[in-house]
Design a protein around this ligand. Structure first.
Ligand SMILES: [Zn+2]
Ligand SMILES: [Zn+2]
Length: 425
């Protein structure tokens, strides 16, 4: 429930950030001059913003930190989310990069963004005093609350829930653990913050009443037409479709968990020169796992990209996996980032040139095959396995994250949930 206050301090950032390091340096210099080396060592463990690793141990906080980290892992699993989150132990929030005191804030989240300013990973800050003095139940409720902020993209710069942001995250927590457990959290919170400006019952009622703002819908004509096609062909088998303004079924043969493309149909669509969106469904699986592309899907995406670009490098390609049931449609776009795309395009260009000069293309095809294989392996080892962060995936399919709450930094792979309009039919 702390982000509101923190948001209010953001404006002060620019004006104060320059003075702080100087003040800090001065204080440190004075201490060093006055204290014996042993005392100076202890003193460096107070008065700074971030508590260094050695000081965490010195203050006997190792177990508390581990307990807090464990609660983050539990929160992720309860909320069906998978994010890369680091914990930063804060000694004195007043010395932080935000410039002004954070006014009693003990737990808050910072976003790490990539060059394109997209969220990539997160830092949950927690003060040493909170770890030291507060009970485990508040570790549990605060980590759930922070992961709800991340889930709802209610972080610096974007507040989907608007003015209701803090109450909305509390509602997200309550939905995850149930009202009984949630009221225990809330009672513990009121004990920890006895000067709350609303009575307990009023706050609880607000949490009950708040209406959560759903994520913006991203479905396009391609999604709608593909979903309609899958619904009309629910034969329990996988289908491979290509959308280029119209839907084309390019399935040659398929089973419930494999599909082969019709090369002639693909050639015709490449020749038409329009952007291509490849769709396939996962009828053989169920639950959340089915909403993710498999590592084979990444390998196949590399192969199809190559097949298109060796003919025409200017055709845009996109890959989506769809999970279609009577009530729900989920659509997830997945694929490669620039370094991989450049590699595939290079192979495609080499192939084109070899063809033009009537040279042997087999070595180039082999190089591409190796790349497809390697990308499939890496997509799992470096990326997808974080969606199935719990080892129990083989026994319990529900243990993996929801694709909409899966965000891992990767140089090579991406996965993007495309929220669909709820289906009223
Ligand atoms: Zn909050
Ligand atoms: Zn698949």
């Amino acid at each position: 429930m702390e982000t509101e206050k923190k948001g209010a301090t953001m404006k002060a950032r620019k004006s104060t950030i320059a003075i702080l390091p100087c003040l800090y340096a001065l204080a440190a210099a004075l201490l060093a001059a006055w204290l014996s080396p042993a005392e100076a060592q202890s003193q460096t463990c107070s008065g700074g913003f971030e508590l260094p690793r050695a000081c965490i141990t010195e203050r006997g906080l190792d177990e508390k930190v581990a307990a807090f980290q464990h609660k983050i892992v539990e929160a992720l699993s309860k909320l069906g989310a998978s994010y890369k989150i680091e914990v930063r132990i804060i000694d004195n929030p007043n010395w932080g990069p935000y410039g002004t005191p954070t006014d009693g804030t003990d737990v808050w989240t910072d976003v790490v963004r990539n060059e394109e300013m997209r969220n990539e990973s997160f830092i949950i800050n927690v003060t040493a005093r909170f770890l030291q003095a507060q009970p485990d139940i508040l570790f549990e409720s605060s980590t759930l609350h922070e992961v709800c902020h991340i889930k709802n993209d209610d972080l610096n710069g974007y507040h989907r829930q608007g003015r209701n942001i803090e109450v909305a995250e509390e509602r997200c927590v309550a939905d995850a653990v149930g009202m009984t457990r949630y009221q225990e959290y809330l009672r513990a919170y009121f004990k920890y913050k006895p000067n709350m400006n609303v009575p307990y019952e009023t706050f609880l009622q607000r949490v009950r009443d708040v209406v959560l703002v759903p994520p913006p819908v991203e479905s396009d004509d391609a999604d709608r037409m593909a979903a309609a096609y899958f619904k009309g062909h629910a034969d329990g088998k996988e289908h491979l479709l290509i959308y280029n303004g119209e839907i084309h079924d390019v399935t040659l043969v398929s089973t419930r968990d494999s599909v082969r493309i019709d090369p002639e149909k693909l050639q015709q669509l490449i020749a038409a020169g329009k952007p291509l969106i490849f769709f396939h469904n996962h009828p053989g699986e169920d639950g959340r796992a089915a909403m993710f592309p498999s590592y084979d899907d990444f390998g196949v995406a590399a192969l199809f990209s190559f097949m298109v670009w060796r003919e025409n490098p200017s055709i845009a390609v996109e890959f989506r996996v769809m999970q279609v049931s009577r009530q729900n449609v989920s659509s997830v776009s997945y694929g490669f980032k620039r370094p991989v795309i450049e590699q595939i395009k290079k192979n495609a260009e080499a192939y084109r040139n070899a063809m033009a000069q009537q040279e042997d293309v087999a070595p180039i095809q082999l190089r591409q095959n190796i790349l497809d294989y390697r990308l499939a392996q890496e997509s799992y080892n470096e990326y997808l396995q974080h969606a199935y962060r719990l080892e129990v995936i083989r026994t319990d399919k529900e243990a993996c994250a929801y694709p909409q709450y899966f965000l891992w930094p990767s140089e090579k792979f991406f996965l993007h949930d495309r929220p669909q309009a709820s289906d009223r039919s």
